[in-house]
Design a protein around this ligand. Structure first.
Ligand SMILES: [Fe+2]
Length: 283
């Protein structure tokens, strides 16, 4: 199988042209797609038409899939490994998560011990405008951190809040906790070594309720605020306007992403799978 790689953003993102993802990738093609993914961090495949079985089959070529955590009621019927991300209400009940508001910068499921390596998102229905997704290259963000600040964060761990999602909504069945130093979640190195590329990246989950382990809360907040200022450089960000049939696959170990809001009167339905990852290790 042959395909073309077209870079999209300045420092991340590429479109893969010429592949039909309903077909199993041969060994050589799969290795080439994986190499492109490691290089460009976010891959876009336009014009795909994958039912859940095909989305799962495509995703499994990159590793073992996670079942939907916490939100069992939002998996696609019959497919526990497919999460529905949607604002659509049917018979008075939401069919998916995240609604129509803004989703803040985050890394998927960083609040668990083994956060996913990759997330794969397929556009089933999209609004006329809005709901764009942006990714940021966290290798590049770390490279932009001045040496004295980087020295300050070497060896530190961040606690990743498990209680809220990226739309700042309390997850079902969890209680809000006021003290960020006691937040349920997982602790991971702030500077993470990417297990495949070997490169160090800043590893953030969400800003909300993040806590630098062992610090006074004020000190932790001030340090995190300083570090987050490096996440606003346009050249590190790739913004994607969705088209129907898009499949986007990204690396959660070295990127964060966010979503813009959209008109609540419009429908947006995305189906997502996630590849189970490894426990993050320090760089
Ligand atoms: Fe996400």
């Amino acid at each position: 199988m042959s395909f073309e790689i077209v870079p999209l953003g300045q420092t991340l993102g590429a479109e893969i042209k010429g592949l039909d993802l309903t077909q199993k990738l041969d060994t050589e093609t799969l290795a080439a797609v994986r190499a492109a993914w490691l290089e460009h961090l976010v891959l876009l495949f336009r014009g795909q038409s994958l039912n859940d079985e095909k989305l799962v089959a495509f995703s499994k070529q990159f590793g073992e899939l996670d079942s939907v955590p916490t939100w069992d009621q939002f998996h696609s019927p019959g497919h526990a490994q497919v999460l529905v991300i949607s604002n659509v209400i049917e018979a008075g009940k939401a069919i998916g998560v995240l609604g129509d508001g803004e989703a803040a910068w985050h890394t998927d499921m960083s609040y668990i011990e083994r956060p996913p390596t990759a997330s794969i998102l397929h556009a089933h229905e999209i609004p006329d405008t809005g709901g764009d997704t942006s990714w940021i290259n966290m290798y590049a963000v770390l490279d932009a951190v001045p040496p004295e600040l980087r020295a300050e964060i070497e060896g530190l761990e961040l606690n990743h809040d498990a209680t809220h999602d990226s739309s700042a909504t309390l997850r079902p069945g969890l209680d809000a906790v006021a003290d960020v130093s006691r937040m349920p979640g997982a602790r991971h190195p702030i500077i993470r070594r990417h297990p495949e590329s070997g490169r160090p990246a800043l590893y953030f989950g969400r800003r909300l309720n993040a806590y630098v382990v062992g610090m006074e809360i004020e000190q932790s907040e001030a340090l995190l605020d300083r570090l987050w200022t490096y996440c606003s450089e346009d050249k590190f960000i790739f913004c994607h306007q969705w088209q129907l049939g898009d499949v986007v696959m990204w690396d959660n170990r070295c990127t964060m992403h966010r979503r813009g809001s959209f008109d609540p009167a419009q429908r947006r339905i995305m189906h997502r799978t996630e590849i189970i990852g490894e426990k993050p290790s320090a760089a």
